[in-house]
Design a protein around this ligand. Structure first.
Ligand code: OGA
Ligand code: NI
Length: 317
C-alpha cells in the first residue's frame, strides 16, 4: 500500500545554532523544529554535537552485544517488563515480530550502568558515553519543542534533566528480498516525550498523520532521527501528535537501531500544560506517569491499543 503513495521528504534540521547566544538565530531553528513537529511529528537533526566516533561506538557496542552467545545474553533476560535491564527475543509487548532487543535505563547513568552487560568489555563505556550525550541533546531539543509550543524554553527543564531515559537496542535479521516488505517491529507509538533514534541502515518507517502512508526514514550519515511520543501529545493538549512508526527488515543486511526514549521521572505525572488549556481547547487527556504506561502494557499484549488513546477524555458535549 505505502509504496504506491508519493513520498514527501522528511525534514532535516541543522541545529548548530540552537545553543547560540543570539535569540534570533536560535528562534529560526526553533521555528523549523516547531513546524516539523506539527506537520510530521518527526525530523532528523544534523550538527547536533554528538560525534561520529561516539555514534559508531554505540552501534559497535550494540552489535558486539548481539553477537555474544545466547547463553550470555539470556543472563539479562527477564519476564518482568519493569526490570531495569531486559534482553528478549519474543513478543511480550505484542509488537515485536522479528527482533531481539536489549532495553535498559540510562539516566542518571551512575544509577544504572552497573546493571548493564559487562561484555563486550567496552559496552559500558561506549553505550554510557552515547547515552549521556543523547540525554543532554534530548534536553536541548525539548527546550526548543516547548518553546515552539509557547511554554518558554525552560519549561520542565530541570525535571527533564533528572528524568527518565530508556535506551532500547534493536537487532533485526536481514529480510528476504523475495518476501517483500517484512515487518520487524509492528506499528506503534512510543511513550515519553521524544525518542532519539540512530539506525545502522534504513528500516524505520513513519506514518503520515493525514493519509496514514508510510515513509521510510533515510539513514543519513551522522544524522539522528527524532520523533514525538505519547506524553508530548498529552503535554501539548493535542496540538502535537505522537508518531506511529514501524521497522521493516532491511533486505541488504541485518540491522541495528538504538532508540532512546526521554521523559520525566517514573512516578511524575504528565498532564496537559495549563497554558494550552482554555475554553476553545478543553483538556483532552488525563494525567499519567511512565509507571502507568508500564502497568498498562501487560494488559495490552494481545490486542494492541495505544497508550495515548486510553488517556483521552471524551470531550464531546
Ligand atoms: C522502538 C522503535 C524502530 C527501529 O524501539 O521503539 O520504534 O527502527 N524502533 O528499530
Ligand atoms: Ni518505537
Amino acid at each position: 500500500m505505502a509504496s504506491h503513495q508519493p513520498q514527501q521528504a522528511l525534514p532535516v534540521i541543522n541545529i548548530a545554532l540552537l545553543g547560540d547566544k543570539d535569540p534570533a538565530a536560535r528562534a529560526l531553528v526553533v521555528q523549523d523544529i516547531a513546524r516539523a513537529c506539527l506537520d510530521r511529528g518527526c525530523f532528523q537533526v544534523i550538527n547536533h554535537g554528538v560525534s561520529k566516533i561516539v555514534m559508531d561506538g554505540a552501534l559497535e557496542a550494540a552489535s558486539e552485544f548481539f553477537d555474544m552467545s545466547t547463553r550470555y545474553k539470556e543472563v539479562h533476560a527477564s519476564d518482568d517488563i519493569r526490570s531495569p535491564v531486559r534482553y528478549d527475543t519474543t513478543s511480550r509487548d505484542g509488537i515485536s515480530k522479528s527482533r531481539s532487543f536489549l532495553k535498559h535505563y540510562a539516566n542518571p547513568l551512575d544509577d544504572w550502568i552497573n546493571l548493564w552487560p559487562m561484555q563486550p568489555a567496552t559496552y559500558r563505556e561506549k553505550m554510557g558515553t552515547y547515552s549521556m550525550e543523547i540525554q543532554s541533546l534530548s534536553v536541548q531539543l525539548m527546550g526548543a519543542i516547548v518553546q515552539g509550543l509557547g511554554l518558554g524554553s525552560m519549561y520542565l527543564h530541570d525535571k527533564l534533566g533528572e528524568g527518565l531515559q530508556f535506551v532500547a537496542l534493536n537487532n533485526y535479521p536481514q529480510g528476504s528480498s523475495l518476501a517483500g516488505d517484512t515487518v520487524g517491529l509492528a506499528p506503534h507509538s512510543d511513550y515519553g516525550f521524544i525518542t532519539i533514534l540512530l539506525q545502522s541502515s534504513p528500516g524505520l518507517e513513519v506514518m503520515h498523520h493525514d493519509d496514514h502512508a508510510w515513509t521510510p526514514v533515510p539513514a543519513i550519515p551522522g544524522a539522528l532521527h527524532v520523533h514525538l511520543g505519547d506524553h508530548l501529545e498529552v503535554l501539548s493538549n493535542g496540538r502535537l501528535r505522537s508518531l506511529m512508526h514501524r521497522a521493516i527488515l532491511n533486505t541488504d543486511e541485518a540491522r541495528i537501531s538504538i532508540a532512546s526514549i526521554h521523559g520525566v521521572a517514573m512516578d511524575e505525572n504528565v498532564e496537559c500544560a495549563e497554558e494550552l488549556v482554555d475554553e476553545g481547547h478543553p483538556k483532552m487527556y488525563r494525567e499519567s506517569s511512565f509507571r502507568d504506561y508500564l502497568d498498562f502494557l501487560p494488559t495490552n499484549v494481545k490486542k494492541y491499543r495505544r497508550f495515548v488513546q486510553t488517556l483521552k477524555i471524551n470531550t464531546a458535549a
